[in-house]
Design a protein around this ligand. Structure first.
Ligand code: FE
Ligand code: FE
Ligand code: ZN
Length: 263
């Protein structure tokens, strides 16, 4: 992973902690993890942003599904300690008709079981598009989850540009306003990472389909304004665009160019 990231000019990256569809994780080779830590340090990488399997649903109406999410996430917390001091991002889940209050309390319950005060990993709630019964499509829901978490210094947010736009936040026309709203409801100090994606759908569509940068409804200019915003500067930016390695290399180079132009 580290060598691939280096080869495309990245200085952070995301990785799935196990098969993205969930299931059993391969045992970690401690020597390999140490080699990666050395590579990251030598090449001045910023913090990494791991991603939980996207099939986990911590607020399912089925006990068995919630239990699976709890087990995976608890094990992932142990796995993350092989690469200390990084982020672990997850989708809060879909309440599937149970109602948002119930869903939020189930998410909080799992977070309080898996997060320990001694861990070095900060767990991030991802802002969601608000598709179906998805929780996390508005800042208020993220705030409610954070309010329920006991280890308050081990919880934060990762903002996904495609998701917030699809959720109806006008990051194209009024980014300052959206960030002010986020600050008022959640607090910008809780924002630790960004997912950088264009969107195949118009703002407010609640769809969640990522597009390559410049090929969607957000556009290169608004994405550049987002990553170069003074309040967001320095946060790890993760591309989740539909690309292979060479496509990511081009997008990274293009976005770094906008960074130089913004200076
Ligand atoms: Fe995600
Ligand atoms: Fe994302
Ligand atoms: Zn998405």
């Amino acid at each position: 992973m580290g060598k691939a990231a280096l080869s495309i000019g990245a200085d952070t990256f995301a990785f799935f902690t196990r098969n993205p569809r969930g299931g059993k994780a391969k045992a970690i080779d401690p020597g390999d993890a140490l080699a990666l830590r050395t590579l990251l340090q030598e090449n001045h990488f910023g913090p990494l942003v791991a991603h939980a399997p996207y099939t986990l649903n911590p607020c399912s109406d089925k006990e068995r599904v919630r239990e699976f999410a709890r087990l995976c996430m608890a094990e992932d917390m142990e796995r993350m300690e092989y690469l200390p001091g990084n982020y672990y991002n997850f989708h809060p889940g879909s309440h599937v008709g149970q109602g948002r209050e119930k869903g939020i309390s189930q998410i909080v319950e799992i977070l309080n079981e898996i997060i320990s005060p001694s861990q070095s990993t900060i767990v991030l709630l991802e802002t969601m598009a608000g598709k179906g019964s998805e929780i996390g499509g508005c800042f208020e829901e993220l705030r409610e989850i954070i309010d329920g978490v006991k280890c308050r210094d081990r919880i934060g947010v990762c903002m996904d540009s495609c998701h917030v736009s699809d959720a109806g936040y006008d990051i194209i026309g009024d980014l300052d306003g959206v960030l002010a709203e986020f600050d008022r409801i959640v607090g910008l100090s809780r924002l630790h990472a960004l997912h950088i994606n264009d969107s195949k759908n118009p703002a407010g569509s609640r769809k969640d389909r990522h597009a390559c940068i410049g090929e969607g409804t957000i556009g290169t200019e608004a994405i550049a304004a987002f990553i170069n915003h003074p309040k967001l500067k320095g946060l790890p930016c993760i591309l989740e665009t539909p690309n292979e390695l060479d496509g990511y290399a081009r997008e990274i180079a293009m976005l770094r160019e906008t960074e130089r132009a913004a200076k």
